[in-house]
Ligand binder design. Structure first.
Ligand SMILES: [Zn+2]
Length: 144
C-alpha cells in the first residue's frame, strides 16, 4: 500500500517552528484536510497546547477542547481532522512505543518532526490496525 499525503510547505514550516519553540518538550497539533481515492491532502494545521505533564519530555496530549471545537467545525462543513502531528526531541523520526500504545484511531495520519541539536526531519505515518505504515510526503508550494 502506497499512501501519500500532500502537504503545504508553509504548514510544514509551522510544524517545525512549533517543534523548536516547544523544546525541551514535544509539541503537538492537528492536521486538517481531506482524503481522496488517491491520496490525503492537508489543507492546514491547528497548533495545540501539550497537556501532558510538564515534566514529561517524551509524550504529548492534544487539548480536548481544541478537538471538540474542530469536530464541531467539521460537522458544520469545515475541513476534517485527518491526523495529528508532534515532535520528538530525541531526534528519532519514527513512532515510539508510547505512540503505538496511545494511538487510538486507525486510519489517522501521524506526522512526526524529529528535532535535535543537528536539525529537523519530518516524516508521515498512517495508523493501521497494529502498526504505523510509512506515508510518502508530497510537498507543495503555495502557488500549486
Ligand atoms: Zn511520539
Amino acid at each position: 500500500m502506497n499512501v501519500r499525503l500532500r502537504l503545504r510547505q508553509s504548514d510544514l514550516q509551522r510544524m517545525e517552528a512549533h517543534a523548536r519553540t516547544a523544546l525541551p518538550r514535544e509539541c503537538c497539533g492537528v492536521i486538517l484536510g481531506e482524503k481522496t481515492d488517491m491520496e490525503w491532502r492537508a489543507s492546514g494545521i491547528e497548533e495545540s497546547a501539550n497537556l501532558a505533564p510538564v515534566t514529561c519530555t517524551d509524550r504529548f496530549e492534544v487539548d480536548p477542547a481544541l478537538l471538540l471545537r474542530l469536530q464541531k467545525a467539521s460537522r458544520a462543513g469545515g475541513p476534517r481532522m485527518i491526523g495529528v502531528y508532534h515532535s520528538h526531541p530525541n531526534g528519532l523520526a519514527a513512532p515510539s512505543q508510547t505512540d503505538l500504545e496511545l494511538s487510538w484511531q486507525t486510519g489517522f495520519l501521524w506526522l512526526i518532526t524529529a528535532i535535535d541539536g543537528r536539525g529537523m526531519e519530518t516524516r508521515a505515518f498512517l495508523r493501521a490496525e497494529t502498526e504505523f505504515i510509512p506515508v510518502t510526503l508530497l510537498m507543495q508550494d503555495e502557488s500549486a
